[in-house]
Ligand binder design. Structure first.
Ligand code: FAD
Length: 465
């Protein structure tokens, strides 16, 4: 049981304001169920921290008892980095709160909040933070990795809107990191993952976003080559008000898609328009979708931003088998386009998919070394995700993903978005993720976590003293 026995467990229960869940406690198995059902780990206990004091207590407890520690934000990590066998999970899922200051246009967000919590709280003021595309993802892990989504071309990465972070460090001390205070730590937090401490709250700059124009366009899979050759030119040249991620997919069996195309392999783009919807007709903004090939379906609608953010929540709920890998791209050669068409044709299950998320536009405004995010020159962040509800298909989806990654990797920039690294990837991959920033990150790690206490993450080894 690692460093936890029945006596130390009781001490922890007494010290914590939030609940502690051990294997015999009701709720323990639910706590083990994270988003990716392929991950099956049995921690010795979950410390459901209620506040900063609980986080400090849990860290001291793990340090004093020599217990392995994992930190759980929203529980969305593909490789299940938020769970550790036989160790303690510092679980932030009770620290879901958001305080918006509409005058200052800032939001303070609890370390265990989900994107949906933030979208909900900010939307009532017509404001938003650029983040991911599903409301169920954790603000914590997403932000610390960089964070991209529908608002990235207009307002940058999630970390580009981060103003400060409250952090409990490995020695239990509490600091606020910002451009002014602990700037080295603040730099590292903006892309360096969960390596440096537990972020108990994030403070973000908010941006005006209210109703957005949403469109979904799909074309037959055998037109992927034409569509991608068009898309790779069209989107980077489009105004930053227009965002559209490319997908190879199997059309879901429900609205808004018409029945005749349900279950068919297609390629598509999901669009978000943040320009002036009074002045611009979305149909006109997107009239070019007819250029590569006649779409099999093209749907447009204005939507409150949180409605777009929840559009895919029901399609891919928690509890599915997931295996994903990713890479950054700055261009797609005709050969790379052909590889993508091939893997679109061979998608193994209805939910498996390949996405290319734009990371250009406003995300290119910051300098290459301004944050730990090491691929300011990337144009797309690609992810290849094998997904299925049936554990019997785990090997099939894993193999499709690995094959797809293997064939596309030579066409990539060499590294992946850290949040799209999968299980069983090498320390060398973490290095390529951080490119020329790795050594600087290792130096910051040495300053704030010299013994590598926080290592249940895509780990950065502390630099030698
Ligand atoms: P967790 O599994 O809880 O944590 C992941 C890592 O972050 C762990 O190492 C954990 O220790 C650390 N961590 C989490 N919170 C904290 C904290 N408060 N302090 C310190 N460390 C912490 N990413 C995008 O950028 N854009 C997207 O649109 C997007 N869409 C996604 C959709 C789905 C369905 C899924 C499954 C993932 C998506 N991702 C996206 C990837 C996502 O950013 C990562 O999976 C991320 O790790 C999720 O963070 P989490 O807090 O939910 O995960």
């Amino acid at each position: 049981m690692g460093g936890i026995d029945s006596t130390t467990l009781e001490t922890l229960r007494e010290a914590l304001r939030g609940p502690v869940l051990a294997p015999a406690d009701p709720g323990y198995d639910e706590a083990r169920n994270i988003y990716n059902a392929m991950i099956d780990r049995r921690p010795a206990a979950f410390a459901r921290c209620a506040d900063v004091a609980d986080v400090r207590t849990a860290i001291s407890f793990a340090q004093d008892t020599g217990t392995e520690l994992a930190v759980r934000g929203g529980g969305h990590s593909g490789p299940g980095l938020c769970l550790v066998d036989d160790g303690l999970v510092l679980d932030l899922s009770e620290m879901r709160w958001v305080r918006v200051d509409p005058e200052a246009r800032t939001a303070q967000v609890g370390g265990g909040s989900l994107l949906g919590d933030l979208d909900h709280a900010a939307h009532t003021f017509g404001l938003a933070v650029p983040a991911g595309i599903m409301s169920t993802t954790g603000v914590g892990g997403l932000t610390l990795g960089g964070g991209h989504g529908y608002l990235t071309r207009k307002y940058g990465l999630t970390v580009d809107s981060l103003l400060s972070a409250d952090v409990v460090l490995a020695d239990g001390s509490f600091v606020t990191a910002s451009e002014k205070d602990h700037p080295d730590l603040f730099w590292a937090l903006r892309g360096g993952g969960g390596n440096f401490g537990v972020v108990t709250s994030f403070t973000f700059r908010l941006h005006p976003v209210d109703t957005v124009g949403v469109a979904v366009t799909v074309w037959p899979v055998d037109r992927t080559r034409d569509v991608l050759r068009w898309y790779r030119e069209f989107l980077p040249a489009a105004p930053v008000d227009l965002y559209g991620f490319f997908a190879a997919l199997v059309v879901p069996p429900g609205p808004p898609f018409p029945e005749p195309i349900h279950g068919r392999k297609m390629c598509g783009v999901v669009w978000c328009y943040t320009g002036d919807l009074e002045a611009d007709r979305l149909e006109d903004v997107l009239s070019a979708v007819n250029e590569p090939a006649p779409p099999a379906f093209h749907f447009t609608s204005p939507m409150p931003y949180p409605a777009l953010q929840t559009m895919f929540d029901g399609l891919i709920p928690e509890g599915l088998q997931w295996y994903w890998r990713g890479d950054f791209f700055d261009a797609f050669s005709d050969t790379a386009v052909d590889v993508i068409e091939r893997y679109g044709q061979s998608i193994p299950t209805d939910l498996s998919t390949l996405h290319l998320y734009p990371v250009d536009g406003a995300a290119h405004r910051l300098g290459a070394d301004d944050t730990a995010w090491a691929y300011r020159d990337a144009v797309w962040s690609g992810v290849f995700a094998g997904i299925d509800p049936d554990p019997a298909n785990a090997d099939v989806v894993r193999q499709w993903c690995v094959d797809c990654w293997t064939d596309l990797h030579p066409h990539s920039m060499g590294g992946s978005y850290v949040n799209f690294l999968g299980s069983q990837e090498s320390p060398e991959r973490v290095r390529t993720t951080y490119r020329g920033h790795y050594d600087r990150l290792a130096a910051v790690k040495h300053t704030y976590d010299p013994d590598n206490f926080f290592h249940a993450n895509q780990n950065i080894t502390p630099a030698a003293a």
